[in-house]
Design a binder for this molecule. Sequence first.
Ligand SMILES: [Zn+2]
Length: 115
Amino acid sequence: MEIKLQVQGSVNAACDRCLAEMSLPVSGELKLYVKQAVREEGNDDDYLILAPEDDHIDLSACLYEVYMLNYPIRVVHPEGECDGEMEKMLNEYVYGEENKPIDPRWNDLKKLINN
Ligand SMILES: [Zn+2]
């Protein structure tokens, strides 16, 4: 038996930039093969086993797999929708630090890296 799982919905996730909760759309699909057999050690992972004593197919692990395979590496709000207070702090403490002039005593080390 072949099962095609299509998932479409949204999950609550934390924004990687401002840590505020956001609704993240997730969608994907997975094709599964179900085989009637006795469940035993070493069964192939390429198909689900439907044992004689089973009265249902547990798809929870498959749904989780679809979700994880389609979850983006980086989750951020669209530009301008991040938490305003957090953006203010990021600009002040993180991005501001990157633009500060570096102690000139480190310049000799920079020459080593650039060679
Ligand atoms: Zn954000």
